[in-house]
Design a protein around this ligand. Sequence first.
Ligand SMILES: Cc1cc2nc3c(=O)[nH]c(=O)nc-3n(C[C@H](O)[C@H](O)[C@H](O)COP(=O)(O)OP(=O)(O)OC[C@H]3O[C@@H](n4cnc5c(N)ncnc54)[C@H](O)[C@@H]3O)c2cc1C
Ligand SMILES: *[C@@H]1O[C@H](CO)[C@@H](O)[C@H](O)[C@H]1NC(C)=O
Ligand SMILES: *[C@@H]1O[C@H](CO)[C@@H](O)[C@H](O)[C@H]1NC(C)=O
Ligand SMILES: *[C@@H]1O[C@H](CO)[C@@H](O)[C@H](O)[C@H]1NC(C)=O
Ligand SMILES: *[C@@H]1O[C@H](CO)[C@@H](O)[C@H](O)[C@H]1NC(C)=O
Ligand SMILES: *[C@@H]1O[C@H](CO)[C@@H](O)[C@H](O)[C@H]1NC(C)=O
Ligand SMILES: *[C@@H]1O[C@H](CO)[C@@H](O)[C@H](O)[C@H]1NC(C)=O
Ligand SMILES: *[C@@H]1O[C@H](CO)[C@@H](O)[C@H](O)[C@H]1NC(C)=O
Length: 539
Amino acid sequence: MKPLGSSLFPFALALLFSFFRATWAHTHENFLQCMTLRSENSSSISKLIYTPSNSSYSSVLQFSIQNPRFSTPATPKPLVIVTPSHVSHIQAAINCSQTHGLQIRVRSGGHDYEGLSYVSDVPFVLIDLIDFRSISVDAENGTAWVQAGATTGEVYYRIAEKSRSLGFPAGICTTLGVGGHFSGGGYGAMLRKYGLAADNIIDAQLVDVKGRILDRASMGEDLFWAIRGGGGASFGIILSWKIKLVHVPSTVTVFTVNRNLEQNATKLVHRWQYVSAKFHEDLFVRVTLTSVNSSQEGKRTIQASFDSLYLGGIDKLLPMMQESFPELGLMREDCIEMSWIESILYFAAFRSGESLEVLLNRTPPIRYHFKGKSDYVQEPIPELGLEGIWQRFSEKEGETGLIVMTPYGGRMNEISESATPFPHRAGNIYKVYYAVFWEEEETAASERYISWIRRLYGYMAPYVSKSPRAAYVNYRDLDIGTNGKGNTSYRRASIWGSKYFKTNFDRLVQVKTLVDPANIFQNEQSIPPFSSGWKKRGD
Ligand SMILES: Cc1cc2nc3c(=O)[nH]c(=O)nc-3n(C[C@H](O)[C@H](O)[C@H](O)COP(=O)(O)OP(=O)(O)OC[C@H]3O[C@@H](n4cnc5c(N)ncnc54)[C@H](O)[C@@H]3O)c2cc1C
Ligand SMILES: *[C@@H]1O[C@H](CO)[C@@H](O)[C@H](O)[C@H]1NC(C)=O
Ligand SMILES: *[C@@H]1O[C@H](CO)[C@@H](O)[C@H](O)[C@H]1NC(C)=O
Ligand SMILES: *[C@@H]1O[C@H](CO)[C@@H](O)[C@H](O)[C@H]1NC(C)=O
Ligand SMILES: *[C@@H]1O[C@H](CO)[C@@H](O)[C@H](O)[C@H]1NC(C)=O
Ligand SMILES: *[C@@H]1O[C@H](CO)[C@@H](O)[C@H](O)[C@H]1NC(C)=O
Ligand SMILES: *[C@@H]1O[C@H](CO)[C@@H](O)[C@H](O)[C@H]1NC(C)=O
Ligand SMILES: *[C@@H]1O[C@H](CO)[C@@H](O)[C@H](O)[C@H]1NC(C)=O
């Protein structure tokens, strides 16, 4: 640049900034006016709208951020947060965002692995459904209506309050928002018996891009199909789900058996791969792998933790385990009988004897920075392959690494790949979840841990599903591909889309084209519509 230009540059920049600031301030004001105009209860609406000048803006934003990686000073923040208490506020927010050229992000529980529910690098409005969370359980008919902002813990609690013989097969973590969680499938310890949360949804209410409130009958079966596993945020804003509750016995049995490398962990994990997807569907035994201190001073080892839910009593469980997996050496003393609702607390790692009310607590005890990824395994990994995993865990960053292997089979085998957008059914013996956690704030630390998990993922390639290398949309991972800015191409989106949805991706694109052709509901991994600007196979 010429000397003259460079001396003018800061001045020009400052001018540009103040211009933008004025423009945004103007947009804010117009947006707020628009909200007042379009909401039915305009008198109460200002209490539900936060801009950075409101003192509680920060705490409202922070409240549901589960991953501090997306809560740094550099993280882009919403221009406005709306916490609707009535559907008209949601309708107004959808209308006013479009009118003012702002992107929309919707948040229910805020557990998105990549923070997509509350971060965007274009100016955006956050619609936070924290106050949209009523639950009504109809125990007589075995159904419930659940608003999107309710958590899994609240759902389990409200069901148990009405009936101890009913339950619901959703996530193990009890602070997940059902808005995002059910939209992506949603699994827990009953998936081998009853499938996913999405497999047990019988109706839904959604606000579409035009602000219409639709239910199953008025949205039609294609859109109703798409929202049960196609991932949140592409098709509209889910208001509530009607779910079919499932039968749970009065007594269930849980156990956790830990084995380290000196206690045959390698052989046991190897063997587990052959039996866990073939157990009776009432029996769920998953494996969690971590790096732990060894009994030898200063050394570390791998711990394989086998934890289980059996939908029945100890007396039936023991002979079952003795027959199918005697190597584990399960003893009666390892097992605890309890009610199903108590098993929810057990799996969520609450202290034993904790009151059921903890299920109503939306704040997790600790929030670590984390990065997660997923895979599906179709052939058992040989012992040598497992030993390579142990090597990765012995690296420094591996000390806070985690792998959870969740068995499939049972009900998961009976549901066809195209019944819902979630395609990972028969043929998979288990799903792998990888995660790594850290406390350090610095970017350099994130980079080290993220690099570790990417190397582990790279190492796993020969052992997991291929063409496509499948992934679980609720374990969102932007490493596997992202949309381009603005209107992405089908080809680019199908890179990540085929991993999450296999051939169901095409039907999701068709539904998107019908319900949101202008791609108003978009993010880095939202389903794109076919657009006039590009052809299906081209860019
Ligand atoms: C600690 C932890 C434990 C987990 N455990 C499990 C588990 O046991 N089983 C499992 O299956 N998954 C699990 N997950 C993954 C979880 O299912 C997903 O992160 C899920 O998307 C969370 O939903 P949410 O509403 O809390 O998240 P959000 O971040 O609020 O939303 C996730 C996505 O859905 C969109 N969305 C949210 N609400 C709506 C709505 N009302 N309408 C339309 N779109 C919406 C968001 O915009 C975003 O794109 C876990 C995640 C974490 C962080
Ligand atoms: C409007 O607000 C009043 C009082 O705040 C409340 O009783 C009523 O249900 C609200 N109606 C709507 C449509 O939100
Ligand atoms: C935010 O501040 C504005 C202006 O002071 C006020 O009208 C509005 O009620 C505040 N919002 C909330 C949620 O308190
Ligand atoms: C917003 O609402 C107004 C009034 O109902 C309507 O005229 C306009 O078309 C709506 N805009 C959008 C983008 O939905
Ligand atoms: C159960 O469902 C039936 C049929 O849909 C309905 O008539 C009845 O009112 C429902 N029972 C309750 C308690 O809501
Ligand atoms: C490990 O397995 C061998 C047989 O393969 C067995 O003899 C031994 O007792 C096992 N060790 C433990 C700690 O279970
Ligand atoms: C593991 O060992 C290290 C040092 O050898 C020690 O600092 C740490 O506290 C130990 N961790 C646990 C959980 O015992
Ligand atoms: C994206 O495509 C839609 C539909 O063709 C069009 O209305 C919109 O203007 C496009 N947006 C951009 C940023 O190109």
